[in-house]
Design a protein around this ligand. Structure first.
Ligand SMILES: Nc1ncnc2c1ncn2[C@@H]1O[C@H](COP(=O)(O)OP(=O)(O)OP(=O)(O)O)[C@@H](O)[C@H]1O
Length: 249
């Protein structure tokens, strides 16, 4: 596996805060990896997503994606970079209620004036991976929360960005909808080789990833790797790690 994203010694200082939001954080994300980010509230997860996705800039340090130095992009370049390279899945689905599922997934391709055939093919491929192929003519209001989130995930991936940021994507879902989404994300990660960086509080969601970085007070405090193990074995280790961290509080 080659490196997709290099995070080198990034620090984010908020003038109003006594402690940095991120404090000398370094790690690599490999091409095709499904990486989990965990940590208590206030540990720096959102700050990390914001600086990696060019929504905010670090105070120091560097972030490279392939040959692009992300922190050196001006606002316009950053917007183009996000459009060309990144997909986002949030806890809220942010679907457009007046568009059908098909139109919601296709919207970024439509804006690029892609041909109808190409759009249909790309939408169908993702709709099948996310188990929503039979819902394409419906409107978001006719879907369950789990189905809406899978539409949002398909929309994030339709332009095939090399990197997807998922911020608590299962946060609003019941357990069976969460399982369906996580299963589909793993499938897309493996089938299309899309790299996914997912922030989550949920050990069960984290058990679908390849590796987890744990944050506390803006630092990385530990790392767990799945290493070809069964998801259930990884889940047990995540629960042990949660108990270990709880003791150290
Ligand atoms: N815009 C901001 N201005 C000032 N301080 C901020 C800002 N954003 C985050 N912080 C501070 O930086 C630290 C890290 O916050 P961050 O939101 O990144 O944590 P988090 O792990 O995402 O928390 P949560 O799980 O609650 O979303 C906290 O101390 C927070 O108060």
């Amino acid at each position: 596996m080659s490196t997709l994203l290099q995070v080198n010694d990034i620090t984010k200082i908020y003038q109003t805060q006594p402690k940095p939001g991120l404090d000398h954080v370094s790690f690599d994300v490999m091409q095709g990896e499904f990486l989990g980010i965990m940590g208590a509230s206030g540990s720096g997860k959102t700050t990390l997503l914001n600086v990696l996705s060019t929504i905010d800039t670090p105070t120091s340090g560097s972030i490279n994606m392939e040959n692009i130095k992300i922190q050196e992009l001006n606002q316009r370049q950053a917007a183009d970079f996000r459009k060309d390279n990144l997909g986002f899945i949030f806890q809220e689905y942010f679907l457009l209620d007046s568009l059908t599922v098909q139109e919601n997934i296709a919207v970024s391709l439509t804006l690029l004036h892609k041909g109808a055939k190409e759009i249909d093919k790309k939408v169908m491929e993702l709709a099948e991976l996310f188990g929503i192929a039979s819902q394409l003519k419906k409107y978001p209001s006719e879907l369950s929360g789990g189905q809406r989130q899978r539409v949002a995930a398909a929309r994030a991936m339709v332009k095939r960005p090399p990197l997807i940021f998922a911020d608590e994507p299962t946060g609003a879902l019941d357990s069976s909808s969460a399982t369906e989404l996580l299963f589909a994300l793993s499938e897309v990660n493996q089938t299309l080789g899309t790299t996914i960086l997912m922030v989550t509080h949920d050990p069960y969601a984290a058990s679908y990833t390849d590796r987890i970085l744990y944050f506390k007070d803006g630092h990385i405090i530990s790392e767990l790797k799945r290493c070809n193990r069964d998801r259930r074995d990884f889940y047990e280790e995540i629960m042990l790690e949660a108990a270990r961290q709880d003791k150290q509080r």
